[in-house]
Design a protein around this ligand. Structure first.
Ligand SMILES: [Zn+2]
Length: 361
């Protein structure tokens, strides 16, 4: 294990606080993950913070760490110090940043996990060099983030954007958020299953693979399994994927009509099946967006950093909050990632004075 004492740029820890696991990594200024620890997510507030402290202390034993960033699947307040609500975590209106900071003696920042992933893709991955971008992390639902003018857009109260819960079908499928017809009920891994089951219900004789599986155990079907069956040319699975592609294109067209992004990054578990739906989604996007023939269309790409993106982004935002982060895209639209890599080679002080801060707070 390399001890990094004496590096020019500070090392920070990024933590992905998921409902199942905590994953904490030491990340350097070039977005490289140097060391990782993982543990199951405890279910009480105190035990969760004990677990986070333990993970960071273990990493601090092997590296000199200057700050910590947490990527949280939930609502983070506009000061990025408290978790308002997280459906799979025990925190509610909890001042997590100050409590952890006190325990660790280090600066701690919080960020919504999709925002953190967007920031990582912007700095080091699929969104490098973009100016206005959208990220949709599609898994059981849709986590979304917006990059506007090279900065994360968090809204007035820290909760933007909740794109997955835009209502696209009045009185449509029920959503755990309490509404009906939310976009993610038609465009997620969960939606693939629901669509496949709906198709089978109308004509159970159509599919050999999926019909057999569903008749054995209707609860066993997963989005990954539907994608696998589509790979094997199962007609019901192919129809479910086609429906998913239609909703992805349509939803991204809605979003683009509002924000006019130059890039969309499709991330999350479903993105690994992108060859099955992405081209079709692009066609639906172009067909649904306003004035498609008279405007450039956003590129739609898949994630480059995969499931580590949230962690890497949280670590990078923690570094930025220290005042030693890289400049974001300048007025001339220069490639921020290249600028960041360049600044990683220069001294901390030079970087701090070399451009405007990436984080707004
Ligand atoms: Zn909803």
């Amino acid at each position: 294990m390399t001890t990094r004492i004496g590096r020019e740029r500070p090392l920070t820890v990024g933590i992905d606080v998921g409902g199942t696991n905590i994953r904490a990594s030491v990340v350097d200024g070039a977005g490289e993950v140097l060391d990782t620890v993982q543990a199951p997510t405890p279910h009480s507030e105190h035990a969760l913070e004990d677990g986070l402290e333990r993970a960071v202390r273990e990493l601090c034993g092997r590296h000199r760490i200057d700050a910590v960033g947490l990527a949280v699947a939930g609502f983070v307040d506009e000061t990025r110090t408290s978790v308002r609500f997280a459906p799979h975590l025990p925190w509610q209106d909890s001042p997590v940043a100050s409590r952890l900071s006190e325990r660790l003696g280090l600066p701690v920042i919080l960020e919504h996990d999709a925002n953190a992933a967007m920031w990582a893709e912007y700095r080091f991955g699929a969104a490098a060099g973009t100016h206005n971008g959208v990220l949709v992390a599609i898994g059981t639902g849709i986590g979304a983030a917006l990059l506007v003018g090279g900065e994360l857009y968090r809204g007035s109260f820290g909760v933007a954007p909740e794109l997955g819960h835009l209502q696209v079908v009045p009185n449509g499928r029920a959503c755990p958020c309490g509404k009906r017809g939310c976009w993610e009920r038609y465009c997620s891994g969960t939606a693939l299953v629901e669509t496949a089951i709906e198709i089978l219900a109308t004509d159970p004789t159509r599919s050999t693979i999926l019909a057999r599986e569903v008749s054995r155990d209707p609860g066993s079907l997963t989005g990954r399994r539907v994608a696998g069956a589509a790979q094997d040319r199962d007609p019901v699975a192919l129809d479910a994927l086609a429906d998913f592609a239609r909703w992805l294109g349509l939803g991204l067209a809605f979003v683009s009509d509002i924000f006019d992004p130059d890039l969309v990054v499709v991330a999350g578990g479903v993105s690994s099946s992108a060859p099955l739906f992405l081209d079709e989604a692009r066609e639906h996007y172009a067909a649904s967006i306003t004035g498609a023939r008279h405007r450039p269309l956003a590129r739609i790409r898949t994630t480059q950093l995969g499931e580590g993106a949230g962690m890497i982004g949280a670590a990078e935002l923690a570094r930025t909050a220290l005042g030693t982060g890289p400049p974001t895209v300048g007025a001339d639209g220069a490639d921020a990632s290249a600028a960041g890599r360049e600044s990683a080679r220069s001294s901390t002080r030079e970087t701090a004075s070399g451009g405007r801060a990436g984080a707004r707070r």
